[in-house]
Write a protein that binds this ligand. Structure first.
Ligand SMILES: Nc1ncnc2c1ncn2[C@@H]1O[C@H](COP(=O)(O)OP(=O)(O)OP(=O)(O)O)[C@@H](O)[C@H]1O
Ligand SMILES: O=P(O)(O)OC[C@H]1O[C@H](OP(=O)(O)OP(=O)(O)O)[C@H](O)[C@@H]1O
Ligand SMILES: [Mg+2]
Length: 281
């Protein structure tokens, strides 16, 4: 199975990192290499531009691909979304100069919108019933309204810094995006693809969980159970020849702070909290 992975830009590192955490570290990639092996002989990685990945997967050059939803929607390639990988979160927004005359999308009738996403922008304008031109640019989109190239733009925003720096205000949200694992519809059920889905899901499921281990007096187990939040009950192990048991439990990261305190007050000691690499439910 070939996995298409962004070759550069902000999506490269988190993608490679996720593969590694999923148990598929990439073996030996010389810079600028197009292909790489992983520890699994059945899984190879194809490095491509984030914008090209939908085509690579659509054409079958790769069975699955990791890229932004914005890129997939823009490409028009029919792909199945398998897992939201949670990074690269951003919004595509319609934005215009703050002190210009554009207060709503309707004010764009007869005007021009510059964007790196012409297909999405065209569809948005059609959906809104706005008759405006779309000009495609390949970067520095935020500049175009200030040089009379366009009245507004459709561009990516996440923190909002770039829009603010260019004195542009958001008029409407066009699309929200994050990085996801995509497959061709006819490859989505492949055993190897599903194995990758499970691996990614297990990494994501573990991210906000902690493994808590402690010693507890056997006689206070019921109290211990009561202060442990969430679903899964604890695993209890006898410590030979003692009235103490070892208790292990998975806890939501956000509950750890409170839970540790509660556990101490019902007699737990030697409490250890560790990260979890993967969690398969
Ligand atoms: N500021 C951002 N915050 C979060 N995600 C973003 C942001 N900018 C882009 N993305 C996501 O990353 C994808 C690729 O953007 P990135 O800038 O890494 O690559 P690129 O622009 O194709 O690279 P390059 O411009 O170097 O060729 C976008 O399609 C989007 O899904
Ligand atoms: O809301 P913000 O946090 O400011 O992020 C938005 C900016 O991030 C992206 O650019 P990028 O940094 O990828 O540069 P690029 O134009 O070279 O791709 C995007 O094209 C916006 O310009
Ligand atoms: Mg970019």
């Amino acid at each position: 199975m070939r996995v298409a992975v962004p070759n550069k830009g902000r999506l490269h590192e988190p993608s490679v990192d996720l593969l590694e955490r999923a148990g598929l570290p990439i073996e030996s990639t010389a810079d600028r290499k197009l292909y790489a092996d992983t520890v699994d002989p059945d899984v190879t990685v194809l490095f491509a531009r984030a914008a090209d990945i939908p085509e690579y997967v659509g054409d079958g050059a790769a069975a699955v691909g990791i890229t932004g939803r914005d890129q997939v929607v823009e490409s028009g390639v029919d792909l199945v979304e398998l897992v939201d990988l949670g990074f690269g979160r951003c919004r595509l927004v319609l934005a215009a100069p703050e002190e210009g005359g554009i207060a709503g999308a309707g004010d764009l009738a007869g005007g021009t919108v510059a964007t790196e996403f012409p297909t999405i922008t065209r569809e948005y304008l059609d959906r809104e019933g706005i008759d405006a031109d779309v000009v495609e640019v390949t970067g520095a989109t935020e500049l175009t309204p200030h040089v009379e190239m366009a009245d507004a733009i459709v561009d990516i925003t996440s923190t909002g810094t770039t829009l603010r720096m260019n004195r542009l205000g958001v008029i409407d949200e066009v699309l929200s995006s994050s990085v996801r694992l995509y497959a061709r519809p006819d490859r989505a059920d492949d055993q190897k693809v599903q194995q990758l889905v499970t691996a990614f899901e297990s990494v994501l499921a573990a991210e906000d969980k902690r493994y808590v281990m402690m010693n507890a007096p056997e006689g206070r187990l019921d109290e211990i159970r009561e202060v442990i939040p969430g679903l899964g009950g604890p695993t209890v192990m006898d410590i030979a020849g003692e009235d103490t048991v070892a208790v292990h439990v998975v806890v939501d990261e956000r509950d750890v702070f409170e839970t540790i305190d509660n556990l101490k007050s019902v007699g737990a000691s030697g409490i250890l909290v560790t990260e979890i690499e993967r969690l398969v439910e």
